[in-house]
Write a protein that binds this ligand. Structure first.
Ligand SMILES: Nc1ncnc2c1ncn2[C@@H]1O[C@H](COP(=O)(O)OP(=O)(O)OP(=O)(O)O)[C@@H](O)[C@H]1O
Length: 756
């Protein structure tokens, strides 16, 4: 029974390179043997061969009647442990060889006989080289025990090689085999083991068998000749002893040297090991540092990865949001496409409209340009012509040398004459002397005033700088002051009064909204002149520019003497207090005139009286019923407006357009449409186109001039005969001077006169 384990299958060409070294459990001795083998067979591989022969195995194998299965498991386990210990021991030997720089392996043979084990190992592994140590002699006879110590220190006992070429190997040649040793080959070994086997069969005592086997083996090793068994044994033993003794003495020296060398090598190796350790420590430190760096890098990369993962998550979230938005957008696409289509259609239509408007705009611009050119030419023609100035001789002639009977008014700023100037009826106002104002300044102001044209403003026809007089169109119905004073004893009906107030309001709005704003500053009934149709025209504008303040003050004194209270009542108290004229000053005067038209009462205390009447709901007590049956609601409304015009605080003043004109204008319109409201023939208006623009009288013999206007034949004839080639109405040059009778108008006037 037995087993061989521990080596791999050996190739035939390898067996020559492997040296098997039989070792025991004595570590010190075995290592010496191994190192010796390593030294002497350095080029070969070494296989550590050990025969494991546990006692318990032997006892167990004696009990052949017992099967393996009945072996106590504890013993089995013990054997395993024992086997493991042997393996550990062999590993230690292998490590020793490895440290000595020799490639090594192990071969464990578990068997109850050393010899048998070696024999089987040789056969099985085709061992060519075998080194056995002195331990093999421990089984020698007692006679030899005196040499035991010597033998124990003796190293290799046996070399085995069947290859003669190998015997000639370099190693062996360099280190010749000691005399004590013998080279034997496999054939020799066969003989040895045969003999060994026969001895085994003779004596069953294992110890003795070993001794015999060992002796036999030794004999065979050292003598090849055939001998008788008895002699042979003793001779062989003797010779063996001799050889061993010689060999051991020889080896003692060699191994002494080897030990020294080994010691030196050991020291060298220790130093190398020390430096290797130091190197390894440094390397380990470096590796640790490297590892720490790597760890940092890894941590950094982990952080980056986490960051990237976080970003990735964000991007994924955004992606989801965007996807949902995209889906929403996609769902909106058709709707938007429809909208785009309709928008495009709308755009096309707008473009068409735009192109159309562009064309219209261009046409309009062209037309405006043409009109501007025309207006410019017209204006140039109108104003380019010198504003008519009359000589004093002409004024003198026109007024029949200032005939007192032709004087129609006398005021603070001079007298007013009616006259005929260049065959036109005119009113000539003679202003006081120039004083501090120059003639040039007077002319400039007059020219400015002459450009103010409005249906309810008296037209300034020309001036006479020499006599410092102004020439106005003449209106034949006198002033509002004349009517309020009932100079002709015919009271104005309430409708005409409202119409006059509306005309006056219209004129004030025009002046206030002119650029620059024009302030009358002297508004009172005597400045409101009525034409034949009772259309009111405001006269005498801009007196503040024409009359120097010094003269104004001087004349104020005069007025105060003559007609102080009456004149001052129309003036704005603010103006009287500060001497500063404002548009509100005219509004105040307008309010007083309105109250006067409603009541026809003395001016002093009029405002207070009307206020009281309104408070007492007794306005009718103050109304002038000579004007007819006032519509009370309207009258009350007008009275309130008039009082607001007279308020001291400007903030309370009513707005001329939105608050006064908006009330008066519709009433005026309705009054005109009313059936003849004038009972008096005298007040019955003739249609305005029946009246000659020059004579301001109903025409008897109407003629049409080149300007398209119809004039009384004598009036236009006299105009043209006096050298004029311009229109009396437009002041434009007449295309021709021919006159055509207006028969239709003539017949109409006659019919109207018959009805009167
Ligand atoms: N263009 C005119 N046509 C007809 N009559 C006129 C004309 N201008 C003035 N009058 C008459 O002459 C009168 C006197 O006018 P004037 O402006 O001088 O009077 P006034 O108001 O008293 O003067 P003042 O402002 O200098 O005090 C008027 O009341 C009016 O009857």
């Amino acid at each position: 029974m037995g087993s061989i384990e521990g080596v791999e299958a050996v190739r035939l060409d390898d067996v020559e390179d492997i040296v098997y070294v039989a070792v025991g459990k004595n570590v010190e001795k075995s290592e010496k043997l191994l190192l010796w083998a390593a030294k002497n067979f350095g080029t070969k591989k070494i296989c550590v061969l050990h025969v494991h022969q546990p006692e318990n195995v032997k006892s167990l194998t004696d009990k052949k009647h017992l099967g393996n299965e009945s072996i106590d498991p504890a013993i089995k386990e013990f054997r395993e442990i024992e086997r493991q210990e042997v393996h550990d021991l062999l590993d230690q030997y292998v490590l020793t060889l490895f440290l000595a720089g020799v490639q090594a392996n192990k071969l464990l043979v578990e068997m109850d006989s050393n010899e048998k084990a070696i024999k089987e190992a040789i056969a099985q592994h085709k061992i060519k080289w075998l080194v056995m140590g002195a331990t093999a002699d421990k089984y020698l006879s007692g006679a030899d025990r005196k040499h035991q110590h010597e033998r124990e220190n003796t190293l290799p006992l046996l070399f085995l090689n069947s290859n003669m070429k190998a015997k000639q190997s370099e190693k062996l040649r360099s280190e010749p085999v000691p005399k004590a040793l013998k080279l034997i080959d496999a054939k020799d070994m066969e003989g040895i083991f045969r003999s060994f086997s026969s001895h085994c069969s003779v004596n069953s005592n294992p110890s003795l068998n070993r001794v015999i086997a060992r002796s036999e083996l030794t004999d065979l090793l050292f003598d090849e000749e055939e001998m008788d068994e008895g002699e042979e044994v003793s001779k062989t033993n003797h010779r063996m002893e001799q050889v061993i003794t010689d060999g051991r003495s020889l080896r003692r020296e060699e191994f002494g040297e080897a030990e020294e060398k080994l010691e030196a090598e050991n020291n060298t190796m220790k130093d190398a090991f020390g430096s290797l350790c130091a190197f390894e420590m440094i390397r380990r430190k470096e590796l640790e540092e490297l590892l720490a760096k790597e760890k940092q890098e890894v941590q950094k990369m982990k952080n980056q990865r986490d960051e990237l993962m976080h970003r990735l998550q964000m991007v994924k979230d955004q992606n989801l949001v965007l996807k949902s938005q995209l889906d929403d957008s996609r769902s909106m696409v058709p709707e938007l496409e429809e909208k785009i289509v309709s928008a495009v259609e709308l755009l096309i239509s707008f473009r068409e409209k735009r192109d159309k408007l562009k064309i219209e705009h261009e046409n309009a611009v062209r037309r405006v340009k043409e009109l501007r050119k025309f207006v410019k030419a017209d204006t140039e023609h109108l104003y380019g012509t010198e504003f008519p100035t009359f000589s004093f001789v002409e004024i003198n002639e026109a007024t029949n040398e200032f005939d007192p009977s032709w004087k129609i008014g006398e005021g603070r700023y001079g007298s007013v004459y009616k006259g005929i100037l260049r065959n036109i009826h005119v009113a000539i106002k003679m202003l006081p002397s120039y004083g501090s104002q120059s003639q040039l300044e007077f002319q400039r102001q007059v020219e400015i005033l002459s450009r103010v044209r409005h249906p309810n403003i008296l037209t300034l026809i020309g001036s006479c700088p020499e006599s410092r007089s102004l020439v106005y169109e003449y209106l034949n119905n006198g002033s509002l002051a004349d009517h309020l004073a009932r100079k002709d004893n015919t009271p104005l009906p309430w409708q005409i009064r409202i119409s006059i107030v509306a005309d006056l309001c219209s004129a004030l709005i025009f002046l206030q909204y002119s650029e620059p704003c024009i302030i009358h500053g002297n508004l009172k009934p005597s400045k409101v002149i009525l034409d034949s149709n009772f259309v009111a025209k405001l006269g005498d504008l801009g007196f503040s520019h024409l009359v120097p303040k010094s003269e104004d003050s001087a004349n104020n004194t005069t007025i105060c003497k003559n007609n102080a209270n009456e004149s001052l009542v129309y003036l704005d108290p603010e103006y009287l207090a500060t001497g500063k004229l404002t548009p509100e000053s005219d509004v105040y005067s307008f309010g007083i005139i309105l109250l006067q038209l409603l009541t026809c009462r003395p001016l002093l205390g009029l405002v207070r009286d009307v206020k009281c009447a309104l408070e007492k709901e007794n306005l009718t007590a103050l109304l002038d019923f000579s004007a007819g049956e006032w519509p009370l609601g309207l009258t009350k409304q007008l009275a309130y407006l008039a009082l607001r015009c007279c308020e001291k605080s400007w903030l309370d003043l009513p707005d001329l357009v939105s608050e006064i004109w908006s009330v008066l204008e519709p009433i005026k319109t309705s009054c005109i449409k009313m059936p003849p409201y004038l009972t008096s023939k005298k007040l019955h208006r003739a249609p305005s186109h029946f009246v000659c623009p020059i004579f301001q009288e109903v025409m008897k013999d109407p003629y049409i001039a080149a300007d398209g206007f119809t004039y009384e034949a004598d009036a236009i004839g006299g105009w043209l005969d006096s050298g004029h080639n311009t229109s009396p109405m437009t002041n434009l040059k007449l295309e021709h001077l021919d006159l055509v009778p207006n028969y239709a108008l003539h017949n109409a006037i006659q019919e109207w006169q018959q009805l009167q």
